[in-house]
Design a protein around this ligand. Structure first.
Ligand code: NAD
Length: 336
């Protein structure tokens, strides 16, 4: 990737060692001054960025009006999200304070689409439970009868970059694939994907995978009412954003058997949990902890994106976004 030369001071929030590794490598080409913070960006931590022209934030950082007001009192002009989604940024406040907001629109849709299949296969073939049993010398197959994906009816909600790849993967399993999106993808239609309205999709599908963004209109898209329209024993996979699902409603549906399998990489209250090692602490989220006890629930901690390719692309694109803004005052990956 061609980089423009720049040397902005950047406060990089929510960083872990793996982020630093990829950012340091990519920064050899851009020469920004990167200051890494493990802290989430919040009102309480915004002051860490006082002398930084740029703030680099991730999925669970909260850029609400108060946080942005504090950033505006310092040097910050640019907010560089190192993810695709920007649902945690108050866009109106960002505009009011004159910030430029940029993002990484795509870093590896393959990473996420393949993780959907990983979650589904774990649920359908209990591979995680087999692995544990075999390590303990337990070779019993009791309680592990699986399901085949072949021939299932699948519904994809949101057929953008990730959803389109997921649709193709399911076509590879010889599934019947239905989709819902306001923008229809002609390539998918040619491949045999059938666009339907949401009510039809809820009622027809054995497996439903969510790939639309979190917006006011999509919050709790899966709720008591929509669950009631689904097939008995339906499988739901969510790798998009946690709040697309009313988790309490999903919990009720799991208990009643309406929801047969529930695979999630994202959770609506995940910012209190994910990306932290809480193994020595008492987790206070009762709903989440109860979900972890269900045999038909499989949860990963927002790791669908987490591949070598994606981390490299995130670092490259974020740093070149910053360099482009520094050189031109705008950016190809601007959020308008
Ligand atoms: P995208 O912008 O390419 O596609 C989103 C699609 O959703 C678009 O086609 C859009 O028309 C459609 N859409 C918008 N509103 C809709 C609605 N109400 N109903 C149905 N469809 C609607 O985005 P993408 O790159 O495919 O990413 C999809 C989502 O995946 C992102 O919003 C992000 O939240 C999530 N994501 C998660 C991870 C992870 O690690 N778990 C990583 C990257 C992205």
């Amino acid at each position: 990737m061609k980089h423009l030369i720049a040397n902005m001071k950047v406060a990089v929030f929510s960083t872990r060692k793996y982020d630093q590794k990829y950012f340091d490598k990519a920064n050899a080409a851009t020469g920004h001054e990167l200051v890494y913070y493990e802290n989430l960006l919040r009102e309480e931590t915004a002051q860490l960025a006082t002398d930084c022209e740029c703030v680099c934030a991730f999925v669970n950082d909260k850029l609400n009006r108060n946080t942005l007001a504090l950033l505006a009192q310092g040097q910050t002009r640019l907010i560089a999200m190192r993810c695709a989604g920007y649902n945690n940024v108050d866009l109106e406040a960002a505009r009011d304070f004159g910030f430029t907001l940029v993002r990484v629109p795509a870093y590896s849709p393959h990473a996420v689409s393949e993780h959907v299949i990983a979650i589904l296969m774990a649920l359908y073939r209990t591979t995680h439970r087999s692995h544990n049993r075999v390590r303990e010398g337990n070779f019993s197959l009791e309680g592990m009868v699986g399901h085949e994906v072949f021939g299932k009816t699948v519904g994809i909600i949101g057929t953008g970059k990730i959803g389109a790849l997921v649709a193709k993967l399911f076509l590879g399993f010889s599934c019947k694939v239905y989709a819902f999106d306001m923008c229809k993808n002609d390539e998918l239609i040619n491949w045999g994907v059938q666009y339907e309205d949401l009510d039809t999709l809820w009622s027809m599908c054995d497996i439903i995978s969510l790939h639309c963004p979190l917006l006011p209109a999509t919050k709790h898209l899966v709720n008591d009412e929509t669950l009631s329209k689904m097939k008995q024993g339906v499988t739901i996979i969510n790798t998009s954003r946690g709040a697309l699902i009313d988790t309490a409603a999903a919990f009720r549906a799991l208990k009643s058997g309406k929801l047969g399998y529930f695979g999630i990489d994202v959770y609506e209250e995940e910012d209190n949990l994910f990306f932290e090692d809480l193994s020595s602490e008492i987790v206070q989220d009762d709903l989440f902890m109860r979900l972890t006890t269900f045999p038909n629930v499989f949860i990963t901690g927002h790791q669908a994106f987490f591949t070598d390719t994606a981390l490299g692309n995130i670092a490259d694109t974020t740093l070149s976004n910053i360099a482009e803004f520094e050189s031109t005052g705008t950016c190809t990956n601007l959020v308008s």
